[in-house]
Design a protein around this ligand. Sequence first.
Ligand SMILES: Cc1cc2nc3c(=O)[nH]c(=O)nc-3n(C[C@H](O)[C@H](O)[C@H](O)COP(=O)(O)OP(=O)(O)OC[C@H]3O[C@@H](n4cnc5c(N)ncnc54)[C@H](O)[C@@H]3O)c2cc1C
Length: 258
Amino acid sequence: MNPTASTSPALRESARRDEPGLIGQAVLRLMALETRVDAVHALSPRFRLVSLRSEALRRIAHAPGDKVQVRVAGMAFRTFTPFRLGEGDDSLALLGWLQGSAPAARWLGGVAPGDRCHVLGPRRSMDLAAIDRSTVFIGDETSLGLALALCGTPLGGLDTHFIFEVDDAAEVRSVLEAAGRGMLQHAWLVERRPGGDHLDEVEATLARYAGADSYRQYVLSGQARTIQRLQRGLKAAGAKPSQMLVKAYWAPGKVALD
Ligand SMILES: Cc1cc2nc3c(=O)[nH]c(=O)nc-3n(C[C@H](O)[C@H](O)[C@H](O)COP(=O)(O)OP(=O)(O)OC[C@H]3O[C@@H](n4cnc5c(N)ncnc54)[C@H](O)[C@@H]3O)c2cc1C
C-alpha cells in the first residue's frame, strides 16, 4: 500500500468541537467499545483505509460480512464493514468512501493515528463465511470493505466475479490495486450514468449467469435502488431468493440507513 497525506486540520478542529458532553461520555462508556486509530492510509482522494486497535477486539467474535457502527461526530454513528488486515487479532480495518460533506466523510477526512474511536459491534449483517460456491458480487464504492471481507473467507473470493457501480473507475481501480487481493484486481467497474442505463449490461450479464447456473450465489450491496433493480432482474431470470445475500448500504436522501 502506498499511503499519502490524509488528514485535514480544519476537519480535526471540527471533530474536537464535536466531542460529546458528560452524559454522552457516560453513555459511550456503557454502550460502545473504545478503540484507537492505529493507521490511516489515503488510498485515493476519496478512499481512506482506517485501522482500529483495541485489546478487547481479541475477545470479540468477528465474522466476515459483519458491520460496525463508528462514532463519527458527537453521538452520531455511521455503519462500516470491518475486515482483518492480518497483522493481529486486536485490530480491524475499515475502507471508507468520502462522499459530500456528511458526518462520515468529515470523520474520514479528519481521522488520524492515535485518535479515540468509539465503535458499536461488530454485529451480524451479511454472512459471507457461509458462502461455499461460485459467487457474483455486486456493489459500489461503499462495498469495497465487504469485498475485502469476502476475500478473507476460506474460499478467499477465488471463484467470485466482482462488479462495482462507481463514479470514477480509474480511482476505484487504483484502490483495488493498492488493496491487492486476488480476484478483486479483475473486478468489472461500471461508471454511473444519470439515466441508469449503465446498469443495462450488468442486468443482462446477471441474467446470463442465472440462466446458466441455478446454484450460483449472489451478493448485492450498495445503493438501494440499484439493488432493487438488479434483484428484480435476477428473479425474472430464475434466481431464487435463497441464492441472494442482499443489504442496502445507502439510499439517496436517507441518513444512516442502518
Ligand atoms: C451494513 C452496512 C455496511 C456499510 N459499510 C460501509 C463501508 O465499509 N464503507 C463505506 O464507505 N460505507 C459503508 N456503508 C455505507 C455508509 O454507512 C453510508 O453511506 C452512510 O450513509 C454514510 O454516512 P454519511 O455521514 O456520509 O451520510 P449520511 O449522513 O448518512 O447521509 C447524508 C446524505 O448522503 C447521502 N449518501 C449516503 N451515502 C452515500 C453514498 N455512498 N453515495 C452518495 N450519497 C450518499 C444520503 O443519501 C443522504 O442524502 C455501509 C452501510 C451499511 C448499512
